[in-house]
Design a protein around this ligand. Structure first.
Ligand code: PLP
Length: 230
């Protein structure tokens, strides 16, 4: 099943890249393994995939300890300040930074462990009340506040688009995120050069790629539906 799912997703990524004149290698596929067992991650590794996304700190660190192969972990879910210390030296990217306080906590823990932590700022582009993330107009200020922190690198922006029937409805949100990144970069601020757009999930990654996504986060489309009952 996993093999067929990856083939389908790969094929869709390829087609979206072709439609938009982009290169396949410019889009990173993050396999979102939350709630899924280690055996499935191992199987994905055997198929050649090595970048996994988790949204909970505890689950990420458990899996980090258990998977023997060298894989890359991305924290994609909401992060509490008191949990930063468990992951700063274990993840390649934190996708969900949405406050100065959190960035400060990451800076502090990254300094203690002597690492540089790559992060993305989460933006609530569609202004959904139920979601975390910065409002679009708060982003430039936060970038300015944290750009010189020595142990973090602000690499780009992330958004979780609304759940919609027709993925075309999210095109406008992906476009907004891309324009926000381009606007900030165009100011040529010292220490600011963002090149990551983490946008697109199972339901809308094709549209996100057409709108410039460089990291798509696909869970259900690879591992199947999640079961939260156990
Ligand atoms: C669960 C999750 C995903 C994957 O969602 P699917 O719809 O299953 O592809 C992507 N991003 C974040 C932040 C998530 O929490």
């Amino acid at each position: 099943m996993l093999k067929e799912n990856y083939e389908y997703v790969e094929n869709e990524i390829q087609k979206a890249c072709e439609r938009s004149g982009r290169k396949r290698e410019d889009v990173l596929l993050i396999s979102v393994s939350k709630t899924k067992p280690l055996s499935m991650i191992e199987e994905a590794v055997q198929l050649g995939y090595s970048v996994f996304g988790e949204n909970k700190v505890q689950e990420l660190t458990d899996k980090y300890e258990s998977i023997k192969n060298p894989v890359s972990w991305h924290l994609i879910g909401h992060l509490q300040r008191n949990k930063v210390k468990y992951i700063v030296d274990k993840v390649d990217y934190i996708h969900s930074v949405d406050s100065l306080h959190l960035a400060e906590a990451i800076q502090k823990e990254a300094a203690k462990k002597n690492v540089i932590c790559k992060l993305l700022l989460e933006v609530n582009v569609a202004r959904e009340e139920t979601k975390f993330g910065l409002m679009v107009d708060e982003v430039p200020e936060l970038v300015m506040q944290i750009k010189d922190f020595p142990n973090i690198k602000v690499c780009g922006l992330m958004t979780i688009a609304p759940f919609v029937e027709n993925p075309e409805e999210n095109r406008v949100h992906f476009r907004t995120l891309r324009h926000l990144l381009l606007d900030i970069n165009s100011k040529n601020i010292d220490n600011v050069n963002m090149n990551v757009l983490s946008m697109g999930m199972t339901n809308d990654f094709q549209v996100a790629i057409e709108e410039g996504s460089t990291m798509i986060r696909v869970g259900t489309g690879i591992f199947g539906e999640r079961n939260y009952s156990n």
